[in-house]
Design a protein around this ligand. Structure first.
Ligand code: MN
Length: 228
């Protein structure tokens, strides 16, 4: 096959402790998956209707890389989240088989143009420009589940300039990882290479140029970077 233009590079994430890379196909995100964050946003948790949105695969920023402050916002917010990487997929995946599709875990930031999201919510408009912008998905190296298992009660935290901004345990998720995969597979044919950002706890706040962030999934994954 001959392409009209050179094919674009495949976005990929390092696998910790190896020279392997995880090729990213899609990035799914779930909203309102921690009750304390839903509350701080003035929203209700609704177990009957999970909120999903997407980011482009090339929105990932690999750990220790700098993140440019995005255009068109004056209220860039951090949302620290556990990130799940899939090794397989399908549709209508039963909860009890969902974890068999997990390749591994990392930690990431669901960066958000909060001012644009608030305006979109008011108008009932889509969240794409608020959530799916360039460099909106910094993510750590992945740890394979074959090595670490499934961190269903790990401490998830974010420090900015050394100050603790967000902290929770992954056991506080409204939908567990298995339930998120099950729910998402009702809407999409999931596949190897998909990432899922699993929601953020309370404490979301603004990032400024020059801020240093450190996101951690306790003992498993760390993501550091600077907002430029
Ligand atoms: Mn989020």
């Amino acid at each position: 096959m001959t392409y009209a233009l050179a094919p674009h590079p495949i976005p990929s994430i390092p696998v910790a402790g190896s020279d392997l890379r995880f090729a990213v196909r899609r990035i799914y995100c779930i909203g309102r998956n921690y009750a304390d964050h839903a509350k701080e946003m003035g929203a209700e948790v609704d177990r009957s209707a999970p909120i999903f949105f997407m980011k482009p695969a090339d929105a990932i920023v690999i750990g220790d890389a700098d993140v440019p402050y995005p255009s068109a916002t004056s209220d860039l917010h951090h949302e620290v989240e556990m990130v799940v990487a899939l090794s397989g997929g399908g549709r209508d995946i039963p909860v009890e088989h969902a974890l068999e599709r997990v390749y591994g875990y990392g930690v990431g930031l669901d960066l958000t143009r909060r001012d644009l999201q608030a305006a979109a919510k008011k108008k009932g408009a889509p969240w794409d420009t608020a959530k799916g912008f360039d460099h909106s998905a910094p993510v750590s190296a992945l740890r394979p589940a074959s090595e670490i298992g499934h961190p269903d009660d790990a401490v998830l935290s974010l420090h900015v300039n050394g100050e603790l901004r967000q902290q929770t345990r992954t056991s506080d998720m409204v939908f567990t990882v298995a339930e998120v995969i099950h729910e998402l597979s009702k809407f999409y044919d999931l596949a190897a290479g998909d990432l899922i950002f699993t929601g953020t706890p309370a404490g979301v706040a603004a990032l400024q140029r020059g801020d240093r962030f450190e996101a951690e999934l306790e003992g498993l994954a760390t993501l550091r970077g600077t907002i430029l």
